[in-house]
Design a protein around this ligand. Structure first.
Ligand code: SF4
Length: 292
């Protein structure tokens, strides 16, 4: 059995930036407290926690007048960003904040705010409970309409001047499908494709990668929206695709002796996790008579 790691896998620039900021602070022997889990990957969070990172529930920002426990801490805003009201609270309280919001998400927040101020109804293709979407809604006074498919169209006021944007990690294909269905129904609809280009590039490549191997393992957090999208692409191209969070979930009866196994991961899955999965397969495959 041959095992190869997708050379385009690994964390995206936004997550890479966040991890480096945290590591730099910790290396200087200072402490840092993330507001909410920094990414959808509990293994990377565990690694950073062992280096000294703390995590607090972001809901602490929603409580009024209870900032005392935060005063001595350096607070880190995760890649997904936070609602504007929470930014303003942190500023008003003069808390020590490092903003790890991905610059692409930040640009989207500003865009949503600008359209909202200009009287547009904001329609977001995304998942209502995703932290990035919760953050975006905070830039239009929580008036935005979140849709995932045409069954959500009845939430939209078709008579209003509107703009259609997307959560960055939604697949571009899905965004275009919704755009095609919604456009004929609205007279005054602006469309801004805000899907992340780093992910889009990866999608094209992943289709080819999945076709060229016998089995695909997609490594990523169970709650990672992006890992789910990537897994969908791999499954379309290769029916022997499996989504796992760690090597412990691998079942050796997924493989045959002569298989080429491809390992890829979500945008919040660092290379070290992919290497662990590769090492696991290379270590255990001889038990089943592989590598003869
Ligand atoms: S997926 Fe794109 S938008 Fe999201 S954190 Fe990564 S680089 Fe930023």
């Amino acid at each position: 059995m041959q095992v190869i790691i997708d050379k385009n896998a690994g964390v995206c620039p936004g997550v890479d930036r966040a991890i480096h900021i945290i590591e730099d602070v910790l290396e200087e022997n200072r402490t840092i407290t993330a507001l909410g889990p920094i990414i959808h990957n509990r293994y990377e969070i565990d690694r950073l926690s062992q280096l000294g990172m703390k995590t607090r529930e972001q809901s602490i920002l929603e409580k009024n007048g209870d900032f005392e426990p935060l005063r001595k801490e350096k607070l880190f805003i995760r890649t997904h960003g936070i609602p504007k009201r929470n930014y303003e609270k942190l500023k008003a309280e003069h808390l020590n904040v490092i903003d790890g919001t991905c610059p692409i998400v930040r640009r989207l927040q500003k865009r949503v705010e600008r359209y909202y101020e200009n009287g547009y109804q904001i329609v977001i293709v995304g998942k209502a409970k995703h932290p990035e979407v919760i953050g975006l809604l905070g830039y239009c006074d929580d008036t935005g309409i979140v849709i995932l498919d045409e069954f959500d169209f009845d939430k939209i006021d078709f008579s209003k001047k509107s703009v259609l944007v997307s959560q960055t990690t939604i697949s571009q294909q899905k965004f275009f499908e919704i755009k095609e269905k919604l456009s004929p129904l609205m007279n005054d609809l602006e469309i801004v494709d805000t899907t992340c280009k780093h992910i889009n590039k990866r999608h094209d490549h992943l289709m080819e990668f999945s076709k060229n191997v016998d089995v695909v393992l997609v490594v990523g957090g169970k709650t990672s929206s992006n890992t789910g999208v990537l897994y969908g692409i791999c499954s379309q191209a290769n029916s022997r695709s499996y989504r796992i969070e760690s090597a412990g979930e691998i079942r050796l009866n997924w493989f045959h002796e002569e298989d080429i196994v491809g390992i890829t991961g979500g945008t919040s899955t660092p290379n070290w996790q992919l290497e662990l999965v590769r090492d696991y397969l290379q270590k255990y495959s001889p038990l089943r008579g592989f590598n003869k």
